[in-house]
Design a protein around this ligand. Structure first.
Ligand SMILES: *Cc1c(COP(=O)(O)O)cnc(C)c1O
Length: 370
């Protein structure tokens, strides 16, 4: 019925809007041939730390390395436990497993879909070494309550801010809310590189220095390796891209916020659960997620009309085959399971037009009437 497709995310439109700036930033790196730890790495690290309100930022290279290195820098390793959530992308838990520690999954709040602070408190044992909440969909977790629990037990809080660049809790940005924070710059994230890229921010200078050491083979100088580290540097080309894009991030976030508010207004009349926003939070809408018991049918109806709706995430981590070793069963985390079974992510990206959004809403209206 419709010929024009509406994707879940549109990276083409964004590149088209900033093409000359991006192309010349990339060209400058090519001309310099300074591909590893070129000056753009330091400058984007400083700019992003400043953006978050953190003291320092260490850029890292690949998938989940930020979480992995931050956990190791916090001293997490085998025999330890890290409390996190199951309603997230698997990288959150994989990073815990990579250190040798065990992820301990707790349930989420039914309104915000972020870590339930009471469940957190109940999950802490003498082996717990860190708390890893996820600012899912760009909505900050309840950092007041989580930090109160953390303080009572003397534990660090590592934010998984992969979906939350610029999101605030009580006016403080993700990246400056916990002991340290990890960001993903995967291309589809709110601030996306043109390949794999990530970063850790912190205001603990020693911790920041430890992450910077670990990501570059444990060295402070070329041939002296203080600790056994990793080859996980942020490369200069990605740093150059991120530097250009960071200057546009607030504008893109404003566009996401406007579109999210518009979705919420237009969808209010239907029997759908629209996103709840905690009074302390100003989310950045990495995803706009609604819930319905007829999820699979709605998803199918939208997809058949060329509307790129998705599900984030259909199987909670405690029920993934990869985590079978933990021995979880359906029913262990009822809220996470309920959300996983009913959530749909609607198309949302800064360049989306009102027209495109209206088409999504009309398709939902037609489905609801069916
Ligand atoms: C994207 C993401 C990550 C890290 O993903 P990479 O693609 O490996 O950078 C971690 N946690 C969450 C919640 C994410 O969405």
């Amino acid at each position: 019925m419709s010929d024009v497709k509406i994707p879940l995310v549109d990276l083409t439109a964004q590149y088209a809007s900033i093409r000359p700036e991006i192309d010349s930033a990339i060209q400058r790196v090519l001309d310099s041939t300074n591909f590893i730890m070129g000056p753009q790495v330091k400058s984007v690290e400083a700019a992003f730390a400043d953006y978050c309100g953190a003291a320092v930022c260490a850029g890292v290279a690949s998938g989940a390395a930020a979480l992995d290195l931050a956990l190791r820098a916090l001293g997490v390793g085998s025999g330890h436990e890290v409390v996190t959530v199951a309603h997230t992308f698997i990288a959150t838990a994989e990073a815990i497993s990579a250190t040798g520690a065990k992820p301990v999954f707790v349930d989420i709040d039914p309104r915000t879909y972020t870590m339930d602070p009471d469940a957190l408190e109940a999950a802490i044992t003498p082996a717990t070494r860190a708390i890893l909440p996820v600012h899912i969909y760009g909505q900050p977790a309840d950092m007041d309550a989580i930090k109160r629990v953390a303080a009572r037990h003397g534990l660090p809080v590592l934010e998984d801010a992969a979906q939350a660049h610029g999101a605030t809790w009580n006016g403080v940005r993700a990246g400056a809310l916990g002991t340290a924070a990890c960001f993903s710059f995967y291309p589809g994230k709110n601030l996306g590189a043109y390949g794999d890229a990530e970063a850790v921010t912190t205001s603990d200078l020693q911790l920041g220095a430890q992450v910077a050491l670990l990501r570059d083979h444990g060295r402070r100088s070329k041939y002296l390796h203080e600790v056994k580290g990793y080859g996980e540097r942020l490369d200069t080309l990605q740093a150059a891209v991120l530097e250009v894009k960071l200057a546009h991030l607030d504008r893109w976030t404003a566009a996401r916020r406007r579109l999210a508010a518009r979705y919420s207004a237009l969808l209010a009349e239907f029997e759908l659960e629209i996103p709840y926003v905690a009074p302390q939070a100003d989310p950045v809408w990495h995803l706009y997620v609604v819930r319905t018991p007829r999820r699979d049918e709605l998803l199918d109806a939208l997809n058949r009309q060329g509307i790129g709706a998705g599900v984030h995430y259909p199987v909670p981590l405690h029920l993934q085959p990869a985590y079978a070793e933990l021995g979880h069963r359906p029913g262990d985390l009822p809220v996470s399971e309920q959300v996983a079974a009913t959530c749909v992510s609607l198309p949302l990206y800064p360049e989306m037009t009102d027209d495109q959004q209206d088409r999504v809403v009309e398709a939902i209206a037609a489905f609801m009437a069916s």
